[in-house]
Design a protein around this ligand. Sequence first.
Ligand SMILES: NC(=O)c1ccc[n+]([C@@H]2O[C@H](COP(=O)([O-])OP(=O)(O)OC[C@H]3O[C@@H](n4cnc5c(N)ncnc54)[C@H](OP(=O)(O)O)[C@@H]3O)[C@@H](O)[C@H]2O)c1
Length: 247
Amino acid sequence: MLLEKKCAVITGCNRGIGKAILDAFVKAGADVFAVIRKENTEFTEHCQALSKQYHVAVEIVYADFLSEEEVLSAAKEILKTKKKIDVLVNNIGISNPLNSLAMTRMQTIHEAFQINLFSSILFTQQISKSMMRKQSGSIVFISSSAAFDGGANIEYSASKAAINGAVKRLAIELGNFGIRVNAVAPGLTATDMGNSMSEEDEAIALSMNVMKRKGEPEEIADVVLFLGSDMSRFMTGQVLRVDGGLR
Ligand SMILES: NC(=O)c1ccc[n+]([C@@H]2O[C@H](COP(=O)([O-])OP(=O)(O)OC[C@H]3O[C@@H](n4cnc5c(N)ncnc54)[C@H](OP(=O)(O)O)[C@@H]3O)[C@@H](O)[C@H]2O)c1
C-alpha cells in the first residue's frame, strides 16, 4: 500500500501505459483523478470496478491536450475539489509513423510538442499549486528512450528530450516547495503506440535491447509507482530508463 491515503492525478490513463499506472496506483491505495480525452463507457465501468474493489475514489476528468483551454479547465475542476494532490503523472503522449524531416509538416511538429510537452507543463503549473500549499508532492513525466538515441521522428525525439530538460529545471524550482520531479523513459513497450511499428523496424529496435523483447505496460507502471511513492523520497531531477538495456 505504497500510496495509502494519497491522491494522484494521472493523464491519459484509459489505455496503454497510463492504464497500467492507474491500476498500479489504485492497488497501492491511491485515490485518483483520471484525466482522459473523451467519454468512454468501458473505461468508466473499469474505474467503477476499481473503486469498488480497492475502496478508493476514482474520478474521471476530460480534456483534449491539444487544447490549452481544456487543459486549464480540467486542472480547475480538480483544484476546486480542494483535495490535496500528492502525485501527478504526466503520461499523455503521441507518436506518428516513422517519417523523414523533409516529409514532415511543421503543423505535425507543433501538435506533437503541444501534446507531449506544452500541455503537460501547463497542467503541471496548475496542479503543482496544490502541492505547493502542502509543501510536498511527486511529479512523474513519461519521457522515452528516443530522447537519448533519436529512435523516433523529430517531433517525438525532440519533445521527449525537452521533457528531460524540463524535469531538471522543475526539480530545482519545485524542490524549494518540497516537490520532487522525475521521469521514466520507457523503451519499446507493448501498447497501441509500441505495437504500431513495421515488423522490420520492430526487429531492428529489439535487436538493440539486451533483453530482446518489448516492455510490458505494468513494468513501466511499477517504476512510476516507485517514483510517485516515498520509496524514492531522496530522488529528484532523475530520468530513469526502463528499456530492457538499450544499447
Ligand atoms: N509504447 C511505447 O513504446 C512507449 C515508449 C516510450 C515512451 N512512451 C510514452 O508513454 C506514454 C504512454 O504511451 P502508450 O504507449 O501508453 O501510448 P498509447 O497506448 O498510444 O496511449 C496514449 C494515451 O495518450 C492519450 N492521448 C493522446 N493524445 C491525446 C490528446 N490530444 N488529449 C488527451 N489524451 C491524449 C491517449 O488517449 P486516447 O485513447 O483518447 O487517444 C491515450 O490515453 C506516452 O507519453 C508515450 O510517448 C511509450
